[in-house]
Design a protein around this ligand. Structure first.
Ligand SMILES: Nc1nc2c(ncn2[C@@H]2O[C@H](COP(=O)(O)OP(=O)(O)OP(=O)(O)O)[C@@H](O)[C@H]2O)c(=O)[nH]1
Ligand SMILES: [Mg+2]
Length: 917
């Protein structure tokens, strides 16, 4: 044992014991002590030090401290450490700490021992920061010292101090190259405690690990990959990883199963449409390069296909050498994927995405893909010119009168245990109630090509022949066929073209056939020479058949021709038909061909969606333009309406005022006369002193009578006339508005603007005028008793008259003159005022009433303007969004195309199956 380890273990005293093993150590040292004392210059230091150890071991700490206290020289610092240990043991932690800290030494062992003691002490005292600090310092200074790193690791793990734990593990792994430490790192990663670290934290370590052990490298890299998957730093990780892998020398002998699978999975999730191309451009080329470099055999084809398809859509993004590796590998290697399933997945993800983009309504397409995915039956499409007898043929072979009128939409006949008839449109699949409903649908001509009928029923022949029939409406021989009937061509595995024996294989039919061939060169076409019964005799029939067949075969050498008549009931015909059907069925692998068709549908779907997007944008632009036009017109209409309203208000109120004025004029003319006429009542014997009072009463009565009997009826009649003329005004206004609404509605294409005015206003007026003119009571007017100067004079005169009767005659005359000649302008005014008083409110509300009349159209126009304006802003917003981020839409479609190309590479290029464009 070295001196240092003795000091560490406090077994320094052993060197005194050696030959005295039988004696008590304390005794042995006691003897040595006595011996030393005998010397001239005794040195008791080492003995005291050793004695201290023994007391310490015997837990006599006080004695131990006493022994160690005065030690100087080489052992002094160890002695101080031991004293601190003793304090530690007795629980005097603070004293212990102070002492440990006071030890300043360059001896690494002592330093480390002190540090380890302090570390434990800090832990015990709960000073975790200090504990971490001291242990880290110790690891830095002396990592190889026994237990230092393991103590630290245990502590960090116990404290769940993962950051320090990882730091320690990774540093130690790198420092020592020990796989155990790498394994520790791996276990931390799997625990999920490294997620928050920047991915580049591990790069150098991984790089070094690769050189040490590629299996461990794969394991740790995969763990890290999985741990970063749902983190924000995921893309940073992928970049870091790309970079790392590119810098490694990876040979094909390495089988990185996990990494290959992760590349596979990551690549597909990256291109699922949720990322922009811009983001992917930075990542995918390197990811694919690395994938191909480390792919395991089961992934080789798909990785190669991924490289090739990505490189096709983003040329030069992947290095030439990798592309040519991919080209070589793809031809040589067997693909291990279930292409069909993947293909259906791709199709479904496109449809899902389309739905999420409000581009749904793909039900018909979905149905078609479903049909293609059913490999159990051969799809025979029966087509031909209208009236060639397709339906009759189908009726004959199915043994039922299913159709008797021209066929209006595509019908698929399938053998099934029950009768189910579905109508499939872009929006939905509807189960038709019964056969009658089916026939109704078939009779309906309009838009029939927009829907498909699936007719399920037990059909023994179809069951036996494993056949599904697709009947098309008659072809027209025009370019329209291509967009209507022939859009479904890819549903067919082969085509049976029905000819009428009376006019077979005409130029029109040849035209159609070349269209079919152009659209689907891969689909075999055969012929049914129908209506053979109509040919006069057998010889002629044979001639026609031979001639037609040779004409057909000179055009389509592979085509077969079968003579047929739905009029024949012979079993022979059916037997021939069955063997004919048998021979139609293509021998080639149906799955491969259907796959090509599915890829065709996916390609069409992608381009349709792109087109749809353009259509949407154009519709939005058009809608904005249209709404702007509408707003302009509506504003014009609104202004006209306002003009009409103010013009009508003016006209109606003016004519009302005119009536009022004429009545006023009448009263102004009549009342003074009536009053003047009252002068007749003044007689010579009238009591001059009271006559004015009597006169005043009479005058009021006469005016009352006048107003009630003469003015009011006249006023009433005028008002009725006025209402009639107002009605005319209103009707005129209504006519004008109706015309305006018609113009606007033709713009809308529907009865959108209703400008019905509120004629109830007139009823209200009628009722009000009736009520107001039915009775009138004039509040008494002070005509002769007014306080004007002349009145006053009269009154005083009255008093005088009484006193001086001799002047009576003269005064009477004068008074009479006065009554007869007075202008009565003031009382007349009062009468007018009182008369019109009750009409005041009515007059005042006229304007408001007229506004009420126009209220509805006003409201309708304002609402329509508001609606159009809202639509303009909404659409402009959508357009703006579409145009600021066009890649949001285009990118996913581009990525779908990448995936499509990939399948084409894996399936078609690999197997020599033709692509359909
Ligand atoms: N004599 C005779 N008449 C037939 C034969 N097949 C069909 N027809 C008649 O030809 C006419 C048209 O027959 P369909 O079966 O409706 O013809 P289609 O090709 O289905 O017509 P579209 O649905 O309009 O394209 C009907 O009047 C049938 O009765 C046949 O083999 N012999
Ligand atoms: Mg038909």
């Amino acid at each position: 044992m070295t001196l240092e380890s003795q000091l560490i273990k406090k077994s320094y005293y052993q060197m005194y014991i050696n030959e005295h093993e039988n004696l008590q150590p304390i005794r042995v040292l006691g003897d040595v002590y006595q011996e030393e004392l005998q010397k001239d210059m005794p040195d008791l230091t080492s003995i005291r030090f050793a004695q201290g150890e023994i007391y310490f071991h015997n837990r006599d700490f006080e004695a131990a401290i006493f022994k160690w206290e005065n030690i100087v020289g080489e052992l002094e610092l160890w002695a101080r450490k031991n004293i601190a240990d003793a304090y530690y043991e007795t629980g005097l932690l603070s004293n212990a700490e102070d002492l440990y800290l006071s030890i300043e030494t360059n001896n690494p062992t002592l330093k480390t021992e002190v540090a380890l003691q302090l570390f434990s002490l800090y832990i015990e005292r709960g000073k975790s920061e200090a504990a971490v600090e001291i242990i880290k310092r110790t690891i830095d200074a002396n990592p190889d010292y026994p237990n230092v790193t393991s103590v630290a690791r245990a502590y960090f793990e116990e404290q769940q101090d993962w950051n320090h734990g990882i730091e320690l593990a990774l540093n130690e792994a790198r420092r020592t190259g020990s796989l155990d430490w790498f394994d520790t790192v791996n276990s931390y990663v799997n625990k999920g405690v490294t997620k928050s670290l920047n991915p580049n934290y591990f790069s150098q370590g991984l790089f070094e690990l690769y050189a040490l052990d590629s299996q461990m490298f794969e394991e740790l890299t995969s763990s890290l990959w999985n741990s970063y998957k749902s983190e924000e730093s995921y893309f940073t990780w992928l970049k870091e990883l790309n970079h790392l892998l590119l810098n490694l020398d990876i040979s094909h002998n390495n089988h990185f199963q996990m990494l290959s699978a992760l590349h596979h999975e990551t690549y597909f999730s990256l291109i699922n449409g949720s990322q922009t191309i811009k983001t992917l451009e930075d990542l995918v080329p390197d990811l694919l390069t690395n994938w191909l470099r480390l792919s395991v055999p089961t992934h080789t084809v798909i990785a190669s296909a991924a490289v090739l398809s990505w490189n096709e859509l983003f040329p030069t993004s992947i290095s030439m050498s990798i592309v040519s590796v991919a080209e070589n590998l793809i031809g040589e290697t067997e693909s291990h994927i279930d292409e069909l399933e993947e293909c259906i997945n791709l199709f479904e993800s496109i449809i899902r995405w389309a739905n999420s983009q409000d581009m749904g309504e793909n039900n018909r397409l979905k149905w078609m893909v479903q049909q293609l995915n059913d490999f159990d039956t051969h799809h025979l499409m029966i087509t031909g010119l209208s009236g060639s007898g397709k339906s009759a043929f189908i009726n004959t072979i199915l043994g039922e009168e299913i159709q008797d009128s021209p066929t209006s939409s595509l019908v698929m006949f399938k053998d099934f245990e029950d009768l189910n008839i579905y109508e499939i449109t872009d929006q939905e699949t509807v189960l038709l109630a019964d056969f009658v409903q089916f026939q109704e649908r078939m009779d309906r001509r309009r838009n029939a090509m927009e829907s498909i009928i699936e007719f399920q029923q037990p059909f023994p022949l179809l069951y036996e022949q494993k056949l599904t029939l697709i009947e098309t409406p008659g072809l027209k021989g025009s370019h329209q066929d291509r967009y209507e009937v022939l859009q479904y061509l890819q549903m067919a595995d082969s085509v049976l073209f029905v000819l009428d024996a009376n006019a077979s294989f005409t130029d029109k039919e040849k035209g159609i056939l070349s269209q079919i061939h152009e659209l689907a060169p891969d689909i075999p076409i055969h012929f049914l020479l129908n209506k053979m019964d109509t040919i006069a005799n057998e010889q002629e029939a044979i001639r026609i058949f031979d001639e037609t067949r040779s004409r057909i075969q000179s055009y389509l050498p592979e085509a077969q021709v079968l003579p047929f008549s739905s009029q024949y009931e012979s079993g022979q015909q059916l037997v021939e038909l069955k063997s004919f059907i048998q021979s139609l069925k293509d021998k080639r692998n149906i799955a491969d061909k259907r796959l090509a068709k599915l890829l065709f549908f996916i390609r069409t779907t992608i381009s349709r969606l792109l087109q749809k997007r353009i259509d949407v944008e154009n519709q939005l632009i058009e809608s904005v333009r249209w709404n702007e036009e509408v707003v302009m017109k509506l504003n014009g209409a609104l202004n006209q309406l306002k003009d009409a309203e103010s013009q009508k208000t003016k006209a109606i109120t003016r004519s009302y005022r005119a009536i009022k004025e004429s009545i006023q004029n009448k009263i102004t003319a009549d009342v003074p006369r009536i009053l003047q006429e009252c002068s007749e009542l003044i007689k010579e014997d009238s009591d001059i002193s009271t006559i004015h009072l009597e006169l005043n009463d009479v005058m009021n009565t006469r005016i009352q009578d006048y107003l009630e009997q003469e003015v009011m009826p006249k006023y009433f009649t005028s008002l009725q006339e006025w209402i009639i003329s107002s009605k005319e005004e209103f009707e005129q206004g209504q006519d004008f508005l109706n015309e305006m609404a018609e113009g606007l509605n033709s713009l809308y294409g529907e009865e959108r603007i209703n400008t019905e005015c509120d004629f109830k206003v007139l009823d209200d007026w009628r009722r009000d005028t009736d009520r107001m003119t039915s009775r009138f009571q004039l509040e008494k007017v002070n005509i002769l008793l007014r306080n004007t100067a002349s009145q006053f004079l009269l009154k005083s005169a009255g008093k005088l008259f009484g006193a001086f009767s001799q002047n009576k005659t003269m005064l009477y005359k004068k008074y009479k003159d006065f009554v007869k000649n007075d202008s009565y302008s003031e009382p007349t005014q009062v009468v007018i005022e009182r008369f019109f008083q009750q009409f005041e409110l009515f007059e005042k509300s006229l304007e408001r009433d007229i506004t009420m009349f126009f209220r509805q159209p006003m409201k309708v126009l304002n609402e329509a303007i508001e609606e159009s304006l809202t639509q303009i802003t909404t659409n402009q917003d959508i357009l703006k969004k579409m145009n600021t981020n066009p890649e949001m839409f285009r990118d996913p479609l581009t990525l779908f195309e990448v995936r499509l190309r990939q399948f084409e590479w894996t399936t078609i290029a690999g197997k020599g199956v033709q692509t359909i464009y």
